[in-house]
Write a protein that binds this ligand. Sequence first.
Ligand code: NDP
Ligand code: KPL
Length: 334
Amino acid sequence: MRYVIIGAGAVGGTIGGRLAQAGREVVLVARGAHLEALRREGLRLVTPGGAETLRLPAVGGAAELGALLPGDVLVLAVKSQDTAAALTEWAALPGAQDTPVVCAQNGVSNERTALRLFPQVVAACVWLPATHLEPGVVVSHTAPLSGILTLGQYPGGVGAFTEQIASDLVAAGFDAPVAPDAMRWKYGKLLNNLGNALEALLGRDGLAGNEDLYLAVREEGERVLTAAGIDWATDEERMAVQADRMDVRPIPGYGRVGGSTWQSLSRGTGSVEADHLNGEIALLARLHGTVAPLNAQLQRLVRQFAAEGRAPGSLTAAGLRELPAQESGQAATR
Ligand SMILES: NC(=O)C1=CN([C@@H]2O[C@H](COP(=O)(O)OP(=O)(O)OC[C@H]3O[C@@H](n4cnc5c(N)ncnc54)[C@H](OP(=O)(O)O)[C@@H]3O)[C@@H](O)[C@H]2O)C=CC1
Ligand SMILES: CC(C)(CO)C(=O)C(=O)O
């Protein structure tokens, strides 16, 4: 199989780099300064086991590749706010309708967007701490596994391509359990990712000692999922799979400074994924006759921070606690 990695950043660069190291054919898709660096110098993949520069084909978009071939797999690893634009371009290529799309992303909205354009969609629940802060460089922080990707066909079942993709991922240093209810795992991950905005706003140091803020946001998320009749995989279920196989190991010069939303603010990309994380909870609340003021507030704040180019960690926990609630019916974040 040839893996076309749309969005070769932290997650895409790790998946693509690891697959290439395992001998699989990989094409990276990137843009801007990152694309230039990939073309000029290759992908610098830094892991706890060492760093390697991988010279891989890198393209700026679908038109440059020209067509998709039998055996191709599209791995979508852009942030959720970029999914529709990215996929629209790829869906127009010859061969696209026979090509599976793996959504290796957080949130639960990407699969639906993909299924509108492609008949074969694989949901991947991605546990894979990785960092991309400089063009050309991707850091994968864990060992012995580089990550765990739970795969299943969307909206349910296993599907024709999933087992083969899982076996390539396993050969590349990941675990890739195949689960007919992969979206249930993704809803569980969504609850964890409700903290991404908090971490980005307050920074890791600012969050320390204020864990009650995350617990309140998560509790609100669980209440809303329950109201919507949506089941999720618990942290206990995840830990039973993960055990001690995915430790964040120190890498000199490349600390794990913050999660994916923190990295968007740090790189000043101008947008964040919050509309599809905290915003998913706000949406579900409104659809099901309830409110989610804490999640709605974080969504609004971090979106504003991104638009204004503010650095991660530039809000204090005390400042956040003082803000008034955004939607009636519930107390503010306090
Ligand atoms: N980082 C992490 O540790 C983890 C992230 N995730 C999830 O994985 C997904 C990807 O996140 P992450 O890897 O951190 O994101 P990154 O921002 O590091 O990587 C995404 C890359 O895609 C590029 N991109 C966006 N649109 C296009 C396009 N149309 N064509 C080509 N390239 C494009 C971005 O460019 P630009 O920078 O210019 O926007 C960026 O380089 C998200 O859903 C995230 O929540 C899940 C688990 C862990
Ligand atoms: C849970 C976490 C923080 C792990 O990498 C993540 O998914 C992210 O960075 O978005």
